[in-house]
Design a protein. Structure first.
Length: 456
C-alpha cells in the first residue's frame, strides 16, 4: 500500500507576512472557520474605528458651515480620494451610493434615458439611420437603446436589465460565456453590436467561479468599433463592469480596464455596506452620462441627493486605503492559502471531487475555490454545508440562498453538468485565513462526507 500523500506546507504556517490590523469574523463558536468571504467580509478594526470616530466627532451635516459640518465634509472628501486611488481615477469621477445594487441600477437608468433621447433625436433628423438597423424575420426593430451583457452576471445587473426589457425600454442581448474558459468572448461582443447599441456591461470577476473576464480586451475592441460608429453618426458604445468581487483581491485600474463605469461594493473589501460608482469624466455629456435615480437636496453634485452617510463613507475610505497599501500582500496570501486548500482537497478526496472554477487559459481570483463532491444526491452542496460542524461556507451567491436544491445557473452556464452543479460548494478565502483553518476544514469535510455517504 502506497504511503498517504502529505499536505503541502506554506511558509510562516500560512499566516500573513505583514503586521497590519487583523480581524476574523466573530462567532459564538470559536471552532468555526469562515470561508464565505465572497458573500461578505467583516470590518477591519481600523475601518470600525473610522466609522465610530466619524459618528462621534464628525456628526455634523456636511453641507453646513460650522466646525462639525466642515469636519464631516473633510472626511467625505478624503474618503473619495482613497476610493479614487484604489481604482486609479480622479476623485471627481466617484459617486457614493448605498451599495453595488444602486450603482448598477444608476448606470442602466442613466444610459437608457440619456442615450434614448439622443437616438430618438438622430432618428427623427436622419431618415437613413433606421435602414442601417438589423432586420429579423423581415420585421424592423424599434429604436430602443440596445444593451449587451453576459449570462453569468449578478442579479443586481441581470434583473434590472430584464425589467427594463420587459417594460419595453431597452433591447437586451445576453451572451453566453464559453464553456471551455468560463469567459465572455471578445469576438462575440463585437459581433453583437448593433447600430442602436449603447452599453456593454460585463462583470470583472465572477462571484461563484472567480473567473476573471477579459475586460481590457473587450474595451479595446469596442473602442475600435466606436471609431467607425462615430464616423457614421452613431453614438459610442459605453462599457460598464461590476468590480465587486475583484476589488481588494486583484489590481483594479480604470485606465487599464478602459471602462466608462465601474461599480464598487464596500462589504466585499472589509468595509461597511455602502458602495460607489466610477463614471469617466463625470459631468461631461460627451463621456459617461449619469442621471440621479431620485431628487432631493443636491448632495453628491445632484447625482445622488440625500444627506451623506458620513460614518459609512469614512469606513469605505479606510477600507480603500488598506487596499491601496496592502493589495499585493493580500493577494499573495489568499492565493497561497487557496492553493493549499485545493491541494489538501485533492490529497484527501482524489477522484471524488471536481473543481468547477478551473478553466483552461482563464485567470481567476486568488481566493476562490468552487468544488463538487461526486457521489449522488446525498452529497448535495446544501447538505454538506448543513452537516458541517466547523465550515461556514455557501453553495454560491448569497442572493440565491432561497432557491433550494436547484443547481447554480452560473455553473450550468459555464458547462458544469447539472448533477455536478447540485453538489457544489463555494469556498472563498479571506485575508487572515490560515493553514490551520484549512486543516480544520478538511477534517470537518472528511467526517461530513463519510457520514453522508453512509446514509442510504
Amino acid at each position: 500500500m502506497e504511503p498517504k500523500a502529505k499536505r503541502p506546507a506554506l511558509e510562516n504556517g500560512g499566516v500573513p507576512s505583514y503586521d497590519g490590523p487583523k480581524t476574523t469574523p466573530t462567532s459564538p463558536d470559536k471552532n468555526t472557520v469562515y470561508l464565505d468571504y465572497n458573500a461578505t467580509t467583516p470590518l477591519e478594526p481600523s475601518v470600525l474605528d473610522a466609522v465610530y470616530s466619524t459618528l462621534k466627532y464628525a456628526w455634523g451635516n456636511p453641507s453646513s458651515c460650522y466646525a462639525e459640518g466642515k469636519m464631516a465634509k473633510r472626511v467625505i472628501d478624503e474618503s473619495r480620494v482613497y476610493v479614487s486611488k484604489m481604482i486609479n481615477c480622479t476623485p471627481n469621477d466617484v459617486i457614493f451610493t448605498s451599495g453595488g445594487t444602486e450603482a448598477n441600477n444608476m448606470v442602466f437608468h442613466s444610459v437608457q434615458n440619456v442615450l434614448k433621447n439622443q437616438a430618438d433625436s438622430r432618428i427623427n433628423s436622419s431618415p437613413i439611420l433606421p435602414c442601417q438597423d438589423l432586420r429579423e424575420n423581415g420585421i424592423h426593430t424599434t429604436a430602443l437603446p440596445h444593451i449587451i451583457t453576459s449570462n453569468i452576471e449578478h442579479d443586481s445587473v441581470i434583473l434590472p436589465l430584464k425589467s427594463l426589457q420587459k417594460q419595453g425600454r431597452i433591447e437586451l442581448t445576453v451572451l453566453p460565456v464559453s464553456k471551455e474558459t468560463g469567459q465572455i468572448g471578445v469576438g462575440d461582443v463585437t459581433l453583437a453590436l448593433k447600430w442602436n447599441t449603447v452599453l456593454v456591461t460585463v462583470m470583472l470577476a465572477n462571484n461563484e467561479t472567480g473567473v476573471i473576464q477579459p475586460i481590457p480586451e473587450m474595451s479595446k475592441a469596442v473602442k475600435t468599433a466606436n471609431v467607425a460608429r462615430i464616423d457614421k453618426g452613431l453614438s459610442a458604445v459605453l462599457i460598464h463592469t461590476d468590480a465587486a468581487q475583484a476589488i481588494g483581491k486583484i489590481k483594479v485600474d480604470c485606465e487599464e480596464l478602459g471602462v466608462d463605469y465601474l461599480t464598487i461594493v464596500g462589504h466585499k473589501l472589509y468595509g461597511p455596506r455602502i458602495g460607489a460608482l466610477f463614471a469617466h469624466n463625470l459631468g461631461s455629456a460627451e463621456e459617461a452620462p449619469v442621471l440621479p435615480m431620485f431628487f432631493g437636496g443636491g448632495q453628491e453634485r445632484n447625482y445622488r441627493p440625500g444627506t451623506e452617510n458620513t460614518g459609512m463613507i469614512a469606513g469605505l475610505g479606510e477600507a480603500c486605503r488598506l487596499v491601496v497599501e496592502n493589495l499585493q500582500t493580500y493577494e499573495k496570501h489568499m492565493q497561497e492559502i487557496r492553493d493549499y486548500l485545493e491541494s489538501c482537497l485533492e490529497v484527501e478526496f482524489q477522484d471524488k471531487i471536481r473543481f468547477n472554477s478551473r478553466f483552461s487559459d482563464s485567470k481567476r481570483l486568488p481566493n476562490t475555490c468552487n468544488v463538487s463532491f461526486l457521489g449522488g444526491s446525498n452529497l448535495r452542496g446544501r447538505r454538506i454545508i448543513a452537516a458541517a460542524k466547523c465550515l461556514q461556507a455557501s453553495v454560491g451567491a448569497a442572493c440565491h440562498s432561497d432557491r433550494g436544491d436547484r443547481p447554480s445557473h452560473i455553473l450550468l452556464s459555464c458547462g458544469i453538468p447539472e448533477d455536478v452543479a447540485r453538489n457544489a460548494i463555494r469556498l472563498s478565502i479571506g485575508r487572515y485565513t490560515s493553514m490551520k483553518d484549512i486543516d480544520n476544514v478538511i477534517d470537518d469535510l472528511k467526517c461530513v462526507i463519510n457520514e453522508l455517504e453512509s446514509v442510504s
